[in-house]
Design a protein around this ligand. Structure first.
Ligand SMILES: [Zn+2]
Length: 395
């Protein structure tokens, strides 16, 4: 798509509907020039005729609008323990969504087989969209070199280093595929359709098995020179000596990541410090981070303190990021973010206590408005941005 075409689409999409003469006025193109561009964009399924608008005396102008349903995108959001797959329309709205538990440590072959099965299923469930697939987005829970679409030494994904993820999808589905770190998709999704509409500088923090941060700078994803910007899970917490799987001591992820919290919850159950957790461990034989949230909700003192200490650890790291980056908004998402209001409250308290007053003056710190759909929404948004230069409608 040429920059001119992208400009036309963005103008029409933002305005809702536009006439040819208004487009000519705003782009500086001749009416004939606009007409031929519109014909191409209609052919591509990106714009559609809306009929005639109100007349201002002469012949009523014919209007065009952005064709949200003129095509579709497949979005894959892979976490360490589950994968979400959706078909979205050209407004990045998920139309069909499926999720399945996986273990990303089993390696790329099996996990990607499961994933493409899900893609086949969502496409079969929306045959109208399947014939007009424009592109595919894949989010992975580790560092990704965006240019090659390959994961690079992802710490929680053994066997995935340099695996040709993009080629696999392009060969199978015959359309452009973009592979990125999952948090970058989530941040984009929040910008397009969530809590961060019209936000220019955003940090989207995923608290899951791993901890990562999607960075939006001036309205666009900031990936860094190698694609690992925002890998905040291995920032060192002063004074903590927990051993992290990366080999270092006191990493944020080793203290507040999903697996770390599950292990600490089991510790509280076995030592008898938490009755709620001991009961759950008895019932099921192992604990997950979510169980900690349930126990804290029940008012279990030890569980509440563990949730609070995780919040303080996350907050301490975020306070440094706030001083460094001065974002307008921080969104907290991911499975561990659902541990309850105490977690967000502790994070907020630590951030406000430890950041500079000027850096927090206009800061909004909130949960995700999209929840588990943030990643697939952002996948749709990423493909639209990469293929057509589209940015969130409100910005
Ligand atoms: Zn580490």
């Amino acid at each position: 798509l040429s920059p001119r075409d992208a400009e036309i689409i963005q103008l029409v999409r933002t305005a809702g509907a536009m006439s040819k003469s208004e487009l000519a006025r705003q782009t500086g193109l001749s009416r004939t020039g606009v007409g031929s561009r519109l014909a191409v964009l209609r052919e591509m399924g990106l714009l559609e005729e809306l009929g005639e608008g109100p007349s201002s005396g002469g012949r009523p102008p014919s209007l065009v609008r952005f064709a949200s349903d003129g095509g579709s995108v497949v979005a894959v959001d892979m976490g360490a323990t589950s994968v979400d797959v959706a078909v979205t329309n050209l407004a990045a709205e998920p139309l069909v969504h499926l999720a399945q538990d996986i273990d990303v440590r089993e390696g790329p072959k099996g996990v990607l087989n499961t994933t493409t099965d899900l893609v086949d299923q969502v496409l079969a469930a929306s045959p109208h969209a399947a014939g007009r697939l424009k592109g595919i987005a894949v989010g992975l829970p580790g560092p990704v070199e965006f240019l090659t679409g390959r994961p690079v030494a992802p710490p929680i994904m053994p066997g995935w280093d340099q695996y040709p993820v993009r080629e696999l999808f392009e060969d199978r589905y015959g359309c452009r595929t973009f592979v990125d770190n999952d948090v970058n998709l989530m941040a984009l999704g929040e910008l397009w359709a969530g809590a961060a509409a019209r936000v220019q500088d955003l940090l989207w923090v995923k608290l899951g098995t791993g901890i990562g941060c999607g960075i939006i700078s001036q309205g666009a994803a900031f990936r860094g020179i190698s694609g690992c910007a925002g890998d905040i899970g291995h920032i060192e917490l002063g004074g903590d000596t927990t051993v992290c799987r990366c080999g270092n001591l006191g990493c944020l992820e080793a203290v507040a990541g999903g697996e770390a919290l599950a292990m600490r919850a089991e510790g509280l159950a076995l030592s008898g410090e938490s009755r709620s957790l001991a009961r759950m461990l008895d019932e099921r034989g192992s604990l997950r981070a979510e169980d900690l949230g349930v126990a804290a909700q029940e008012g279990d003192v030890a569980a509440v303190e563990l949730v609070r200490s995780a919040g303080r650890a996350v907050g301490a790291v975020l306070a440094s990021l706030v001083n460094f980056y001065n974002p307008e908004m921080i969104v907290i998402g991911g499975g561990v973010s659902r541990l309850g209001v105490r977690l967000l409250a502790s994070i907020r308290e630590a951030v406000y206590r430890r950041s500079l007053p000027l850096a927090t003056r206009d800061l909004v710190l909130t949960g995700s408005a999209l929840g588990e759909l943030a990643g697939v929404t952002g996948g749709g948004a990423m493909v639209l941005g990469e293929l057509y230069g589209l940015s969130p409608a409100g910005s």
